[in-house]
Design a protein around this ligand. Structure first.
Ligand SMILES: Nc1ncnc2c1ncn2[C@@H]1O[C@H](COP(=O)(O)OP(=O)(O)OP(=O)(O)O)[C@@H](O)[C@H]1O
Ligand SMILES: [Mg+2]
Length: 269
């Protein structure tokens, strides 16, 4: 069964009259992880934002977004808001952007969980405490009393993962969730994503420019270039036998890089 289906998605900039995504169609099967890869500006983030219909005012979209059999494009903005977070979770590149800078992070959790589940402050705190511990954040009560700027990028991403664990959305969309982090935090956050998938058994869209991470986490992959999907399929197959020249280029550059890295690690260049 398809958890999510995108049909003939077009996205354009109404100010400039320029089309950015041209007739993109794909499916996310239930319980699987679909990766989106491709060069900067190819339309990966706009594809993700189109699913939850959260764009800048001048960005427009057409086409069908079908989530669990329901056509989201027919929903009002009010009904769409109820789907965001609770049914379709989104974890962005920059954890800081997800939080209100003027309040401590605990307030964000209380408000979100009150809105979606009607929980009291105590109920929200108890659930968040447990979820934070499960993503290896120690001293959760102290963290909940901190402002976003007092926490590191890796901690903020783990907080978003913890909130996602509590909300249990049917689909999680993660748009380059590790790009803004240092290497060690990247590794840890990727591990948390793998565990998040295992625990929720849910479906996920994972945008990344790191083919190593994609191979580790995803079942299927879409390769985007200039607003088009140029190749798609099973990760293993696409990476071992890429058909499109652009995918071949992506895969060979990655091989070259890891080759170079291995040489350095083995002491000779
Ligand atoms: N808010 C916006 N207003 C106008 N144009 C935009 C806006 N957001 C994106 N674009 C344009 O749409 C194209 C695709 O952008 P998008 O952010 O989806 O790329 P991306 O694949 O996510 O790139 P990256 O890997 O750098 O995150 C770009 O050419 C960009 O200039
Ligand atoms: Mg992007």
């Amino acid at each position: 069964m398809n958890m999510l289906e995108v049909k003939h998605l077009r996205v354009w900039d109404a100010n400039e009259g320029k089309e950015i995504i041209h007739d993109s169609s794909f499916q996310l099967k239930e319980g699987t992880c679909l990766a989106i890869v491709g060069e900067s500006g190819s339309g990966k983030s706009l594809t993700c934002r189109s699913i939850i219909r959260l764009h800048k005012p001048w960005i427009r979209q057409s086409g069908e977004i079908i989530f669990q059999g329901e056509h989201l494009n027919h929903l009002s903005e009010r009904d769409m808001r109820k789907r965001r977070g609770k049914h379709i979770g989104m974890i962005m590149q920059n954890g800081m952007g997800a939080f209100d800078p003027s309040s401590v992070v605990g307030v964000h959790f209380q408000e979100t969980l009150k809105e979606h589940f009607g929980w009291s402050k105590g109920e929200a705190e108890a659930s968040m405490k447990k979820a934070m511990e499960s993503v290896m954040l120690s001293h959760p009560m102290e963290i909940m009393n901190k402002f976003p700027h007092q926490l590191s990028g890796g901690m903020l991403q783990r907080l978003m993962i913890a909130l996602t664990l509590v909300l249990e959305p049917a689909v999680v969309i993660a748009d380059e969730p590790t790009t803004a982090l240092d290497t060690i935090s990247q590794f840890e956050v990727v591990e948390q994503f793998i565990q998040l998938r295992e625990r929720m058994g849910g479906s996920m869209i994972f945008v990344s420019h790191d083919l190593g991470v994609v191979k580790k986490i995803a079942d299927e992959v879409l390769v985007m270039r200039n607003g088009d999907i140029v190749e798609s399929g099973n990760v293993e197959e696409v990476f071992t036998a890429p058909q499109h020249p652009y995918t071949q280029y992506l895969v060979s550059t990655r091989l070259e890089l890891s080759h170079h890295f291995n040489k350095i690690m083995n002491g000779g260049v």
